[in-house]
Design a protein around this ligand. Structure first.
Ligand code: SF4
Length: 327
């Protein structure tokens, strides 16, 4: 019996690992856990569900099959391949990290924790997932699913440092890759946020929340960040069957350096009739977008560019822009 955690760790690990061996979902990065695939999948998984990733994962890999092709790719192409996954800074950072790996490490992914952590877009969770799954090194992971599971097992609320300490303590050193994936899999499929499926849970005998019938009280609900309402007016400018699009700056609050329709303040033109109003939410921003017709300016700023209607979908990749298209 381990005194700090209050139960037999070996039994706990063995229950969870054998459950994982029997019940794990067949996922493309599990069937072939090559390092590059693990890295891409873990970055995709950071804020997106498995269901949303599945149709896009292999497509992304077909276009960028290795670190070199990702490092050489234009940012627009990487963003286009990321379309539908949201949080586009992840795609930008993937490309920047690939460039750094080529420049600093000759194209070989580093195996040292601090070196991995210093790559753009990689935090402690992703570094731990890559090292444990692709290299079988004993590094823990902690994401929302794992934190919820720990909170219920110990019937305790806690903060990230406390849960990271637990993740270290419970980690299986013999099988860290499967262990970390088992924790995440259980959190995602059994110990779900609402009404966890405790009767199917392989570690219910260890679970304090289950014993106290307090599963839905742990973790304590977080106060949600309040929504920010935003109103944009964007311009639909058409000339000779071409549409004017705009490269947003790196300083924008949302959709930084994305191609989009020009916002009205970008161009000195008269606004015409309202074509449509679209509603869209990005993180905690609720955006109402008026799309207005306008005539082309005489001189185009460097951020503007004409594209054919066919090309639009290649440039306007956020679903916000798709809602703004007039037809
Ligand atoms: Fe989660 Fe229920 Fe299992 Fe406890 S018994 S870990 S609450 S699924």
């Amino acid at each position: 019996m381990t005194r700090a955690i209050g139960f037999n760790l070996q039994n706990f690990q063995s229950n969870l690992l054998s459950w994982y061996a029997r019940h794990k979902r067949a996922l493309p990065w599990r069937d072939n856990p090559a390092l590059y695939r693990v890295w891409i999948s873990e970055v995709m998984l950071q804020q997106t569900t498995v269901t949303a990733i599945l149709p896009r994962f292999e497509r992304f890999l077909l276009e960028f099959p290795d670190i070199q092709s990702l490092a050489k790719a234009k940012e627009d192409r990487v963003l286009a391949a990321w379309a539908g996954l949201g949080y586009y800074s992840r795609a930008k950072n993937l490309r920047l990290a690939a460039q750094e790996i080529v420049k600093k490490y000759g194209g070989r992914f580093p195996e040292d924790f601090d070196e991995i952590l210093s790559l753009p877009g990689i935090g402690r969770y992703t570094a731990g997932a890559i090292l444990s799954i692709a290299f079988q090194k004993p590094y823990p992971v902690l994401d929302g699913n794992v934190a919820r599971f720990f909170s219920r097992i110990f019937a305790k609320n806690g903060d990230a440092p406390k849960f990271w300490a637990l993740a270290e303590e419970l980690l299986s050193h013999e099988n860290p890759g499967d262990w970390n994936q088992a924790l995440m899999e259980l959190g995602e499929t059994v110990c779900v946020p609402e009404n966890p499926n405790c009767l199917q849970c392989p570690v219910k005998d260890f679970c304090q929340a289950f014993k106290k019938e307090a599963q839905n009280r742990f973790p304590a609900p977080k106060r949600n960040r309040p929504f920010v309402d935003m109103a944009w007016t964007v311009l639909w400018i058409e000339k000779n069957a071409r549409i004017l699009i705009w490269k947003r700056s790196e300083k924008e609050r949302l959709l930084k350096s994305h191609w989009g329709l020009p916002e009205s303040q970008c161009l000195k033109v008269n606004r015409g009739k309202l074509i449509k109003t679209a509603q869209h939410t990005i993180t905690h921003h609720k955006i109402s977008v008026d799309v207005r017709a306008a005539v082309a300016p005489e001189r185009l700023p460097k951020e503007a560019r004409w594209v054919s209607k066919k090309e639009l979908s290649r440039f306007l990749i956020s679903s916000l822009w798709k809602k703004c298209l007039p037809h």
